[in-house]
Design a protein around this ligand. Structure first.
Ligand code: CP
Length: 320
């Protein structure tokens, strides 16, 4: 595919191809030389209008491991702060010869606009837009679940995934619901009614307000960050009340089946949606998710930019 804007862009076969390719890419990380020559001569631009730690760094690491040239653009410190438009920024990137633009933007729809505008020829990857979507996060989450939960063929069919918290502001939740459903998993959203989006009843998942009622039936529980920066201060839930009803602590974690994992996309509000005890427990995959993000994003860039060589061809050392 030329662009990756939404998890809904991916058919089951597309998603499985990305996840299987990511497995191959993960093997590169175990080698003494963690690099492949497949995107040599290609340019990947990381275009970030909103803060990021994990996504920005892992896309940079992914592109570099594929030997692409990487340009990092942050709106802070750029001419965006002087009022430069998305269009003029895009035209500048086009002049630099970008082959792929990885875009994070505070406005839902900005990556779609970039992909369909005709301003650039590059492939566009959505690295999180407003409250809309974060498809590569969903892919790395599915990759992590497959490693821990799936049976023969790494199949997630029938697995029960519970997504908890601030669904209203969560692009991670939306992309996960779409992708996990495509992969045959059953998703349950658990949130206070005030933190559920209008129209959630039409999403392909269950909705519950009772975390304790669903824990024992969950193969994975994904805790979402409470996104205070997107809330009117008048609607902030109090930390203690939120944690009491929707936070994951050691007692609740003990109610999960033995094989179940605890996930968090990061950054975490320790003490709010997740206690330090849970975040630091061996059942929590938050740090592993970050590592898996590099392999998954390598797979996405490799498949989108159509590396001309097999991903793991012989002679992959790029020291020459
Ligand atoms: N999970 C995630 O998107 O984290 P960052 O905001 O740090 O990129």
């Amino acid at each position: 595919k030329r662009h990756l804007i939404s998890a809904a862009d991916l058919t089951r076969d597309d998603a499985l191809l990305v996840l299987d390719t990511a497995e191959e890419m993960a093997r590169v990380a175990d080698r003494p030389i963690k690099k492949l020559p497949t995107l040599r001569g290609r340019t990947v631009v990381n275009l970030f209008f909103e803060d990021s730690t994990r996504t920005r760094i892992s896309f940079e690491a992914a592109a570099k491991r594929l030997s692409a040239d990487v340009i990092n653009f942050s709106a802070k410190g750029s001419s965006v702060s002087k009022g430069e438009s998305l269009k003029d920024t895009a035209l500048t990137l086009e002049a630099m010869g970008a082959d792929a633009v990885v875009v994070r933007h505070y406005s839902s729809g900005a990556p779609h606009r970039l992909a369909t505008s005709g301003w650039i020829n590059a492939s566009v990857v959505n690295a999180g837009d407003g409250t809309h979507e974060h498809p590569t996060q969903a892919l790395l989450d599915a990759f992590t679940m497959r490693r821990h939960l799936s049976g023969p063929g790494r199949d997630l069919s029938g697995r029960r995934i519970t997504v908890v918290g601030d669904v209203l502001h969560s692009r991670v939740a939306r992309s996960n619901v779409l992708l996990l459903t495509t992969l045959g998993a059953q998703v349950t959203l658990v949130a206070p009614p005030t933190l559920l989006p209008i129209g959630v009843e039409h999403w392909p998942c269950e909705v519950s307000y009772d975390l304790d009622a669903v824990l024992a039936k969950s193969d994975a529980v994904m805790m979402l960050r409470v996104q205070r920066e997107r809330m009117n201060a008048a609607f902030f839930p109090t930390e203690r009340e939120y944690a009491r009803r929707y936070g994951l602590d050691g007692i609740r974690m003990a109610a999960l089946p033995e094989h179940a994992i605890v996930m968090h996309p990061g950054p975490m509000n320790r003490g709010m949606e997740i206690t330090a005890e849970v975040a630091d427990s061996p059942r929590c995959t938050a740090v592993e998710q970050v590592a898996n993000g590099v392999s998954t994003r390598m797979a996405v860039l490799y498949l989108m930019l159509g590396g001309s060589e097999p991903a793991l061809s012989a002679g992959t050392d790029t020291r020459t």
